[in-house]
Design a protein around this ligand. Structure first.
Ligand code: GDP
Ligand code: MG
Length: 197
């Protein structure tokens, strides 16, 4: 029989999550789902460090721009509105702009970083955190329960969407981010009572 897949993933409580007093609530959501916190620290990242955390490749940046356009379209706006807010319709340029806002925001104040381990941890944690845009996040997810920001106001105010937490999207992203943020720090091993054999 094939055993269920045990994985590690990376989570950061972003500045708004820390400032709203949600560190404990966010950790609780993972622990109550039998996920295990195997590394944990409060820290403040420099702009350079955050720049190295978010991918820089053309594909990721374009995807961020495409996601931005998709958000406009979902709220009945279109590429002309993107041009009004960003001064361009080039989605790669839009992606670069949003990435810049994101870096400024994430480096602005202390955060909490952690490694979360468990069966299908990458997908499970993404599900518990909820989708990027607070208005699309279901009630019951961290973003759906506690974040109320709108992409439209964020774009007009030239800042990232405040959505409480970052969580790796794929096992590859998780491996990169765990190495990046915890490469020189210990990741612990222990048994969860009543969960691990
Ligand atoms: P995540 O993995 O769900 O956090 O989402 P992404 O990796 O696509 O984007 C990274 C972060 O960029 C998000 O968490 C938001 O803070 C921010 N962001 C994403 N899309 C937009 C957007 O369209 N406008 C603005 N202002 N910020 C965005
Ligand atoms: Mg992401």
């Amino acid at each position: 029989m094939q055993l269920p897949k045990e994985e590690k993933t990376f989570v950061m409580v972003k500045p708004d999550g820390v400032q709203k007093g949600l560190i404990g609530e966010i950790i609780k959501r993972f622990e109550q789902r039998d996920l295990k916190i195997v590394a944990l620290q409060m820290f403040q990242a420099s702009l350079e460090e955050v720049d190295g955390h978010y991918p820089k490749d053309e594909k990721w940046i374009r995807r961020l721009g495409e996601k931005t356009l998709a958000t406009y379209e979902k709220s009945g706006r279109n590429i002309d509105d993107v041009e009004k807010d960003f001064g361009t319709t080039d989605l790669a340029k839009v992606g670069v702009t949003v990435r810049g806002w994101l870096i400024t925001y994430v480096a602005s104040s202390p955060m909490v970083k952690m490694v979360v381990q468990g069966v299908h941890a990458v997908d499970m944690v993404r599900k518990l955190v909820g989708p990027t845009m607070p208005s699309l996040a279901e009630v019951g997810t961290i973003r759906g329960d506690y974040s109320t920001d709108s992409a439209i106001s964020a774009n007009v105010e030239k800042r990232a969407v405040f959505n409480l937490a970052h969580a790796s999207e794929t096992p590859e992203e998780a491996a990169h981010e765990i190495e990046y943020w915890f490469g020189k720090q210990p990741i612990f091993t222990y048994k969860r009572f009543g969960v691990d054999a």
